[in-house]
Write a protein that binds this ligand. Structure first.
Ligand code: FO1
Length: 317
């Protein structure tokens, strides 16, 4: 592990990003890492403010996540859910009993006037995570999807409707007035490397890049900028990014993902099965390409991918 002034910033959604970051914190000093996380998926349910992507990143880096689901605490129980059902509700968004404490604490802090940044920082410190975890904004941004069954909030689309509706448009409600959270622009300016994690480019990374000043700060930053493709062989490892890209008119391939970041990217890491796209990305988009094994099943897969990314950032290739 390298200690010292790596100054790495990672833009992250939920599960895919968290798995990559698990490897990254084993390759660099975690205290030199700032993760800027999407909050467009946040949802208010059962009287609570729930922030799934920051929680997924924190729980994963803390080593307490349910590794099978990729969210929630490992070994959690669901008595709260069962009790809601007994009261006659049909809750479609599952909160484990331990997870519930996180949402109660965050809601409580927000109601007392603390910021979302403060709440996330409080939780990650208590769970022993050394990397800095920042929400993209302390202001409320809601990702909404225009679908063939009407306008849906992100979690309704993702969990209640199991990503089945066709997505015809995406809206980040509140984005025009959302300010970057404290530390977001500064960490980008000071970074030596900026990593776009293998997250959904449309609903996980785009909200972060759409917060006022963020995309410009990344473009202007002298950091080495690297993205990892979440699409392998035309399919996403997890989630609906491929279908969403197709229905919105983007090419649902590694090339399509790279094209969404072409204005700021130095390097694009795609899977070896997509290496035939390298020349097209390099020639048409002007982005250098590396082919790696990007499917992360074991910790050694995660570490290997993180090492490849850090070699690029440190100019080792
Ligand atoms: N995903 C599900 O598929 N079903 C759930 O009931 C669910 C509950 C949940 C609770 C807390 C949390 O932090 C995440 C949760 N997720 C659930 C995951 C979440 O919907 C998505 O993975 C992200 O929003 C997409 O990045």
């Amino acid at each position: 592990m390298t200690r010292g002034a790596d100054g790495v910033v990672a833009l992250a959604g939920g599960v895919g990003a968290a798995r990559f970051l698990q490897g990254l914190v084993r390759v660099i000093d975690p205290s030199s890492l700032t993760v800027i996380v999407n909050t467009g998926d946040d949802v208010e349910l059962y009287g609570l403010y729930i922030s799934p992507d920051p929680d997924i990143v924190v729980y994963t880096l803390a080593g307490v996540v349910d590794e099978v689901k990729g969210w929630g605490f490992a070994g959690d129980t669901f008595n709260f859910m069962r009790m809601l059902e007994r009261y006659g509700f049909k809750p479609w968004f599952k909160l484990g009993d331990m997870d519930l404490a996180t949402h109660v604490l965050r809601t409580w802090l927000l109601r007392r006037g603390f910021s979302l940044s403060y709440a996330i920082d409080f939780i990650r410190r208590r769970l022993g995570v050394s990397a800095r975890i920042l929400p993209m904004s302390d202001d409320r941004v809601r990702t909404k999807l225009v679908t063939d069954v009407g306008m849906l909030e992100f979690q309704e689309y993702f969990v209640k409707y199991r990503t089945e509706p066709e997505v015809k448009g995406v809206v980040f409600e509140g984005i025009e007035t959302a300010k970057p959270a404290p530390g977001v622009l500064e960490s980008i300016q000071e970074a030596s490397g900026i990593i776009v994690c293998p997250s959904n480019p449309i609903v996980s990374i785009a909200p972060i890049l759409s917060v006022k000043g963020v995309r410009d700060a990344i473009r202007r930053s002298r950091a080495v900028k690297v993205a990892i493709s979440p699409i392998v062989g035309g399919k996403t490892i997890k989630g609906p990014a491929d279908r969403m890209m197709r229905s919105l008119g983007y090419e649902p391939t590694a090339y399509g993902v790279a094209s969404l970041y072409r204005d700021f990217l130095d390097y694009f890491i795609l899977d070896k099965v997509d290496s035939h796209m390298a020349a097209r990305i390099e020639c048409e988009l002007g982005v250098k390409v590396l082919a790696e094994d990007t499917v992360m099943k074991t910790m050694s897969d995660k570490v290997r991918l993180a090492k490849a990314v850090m070699e690029v950032i440190r100019g080792g290739r």
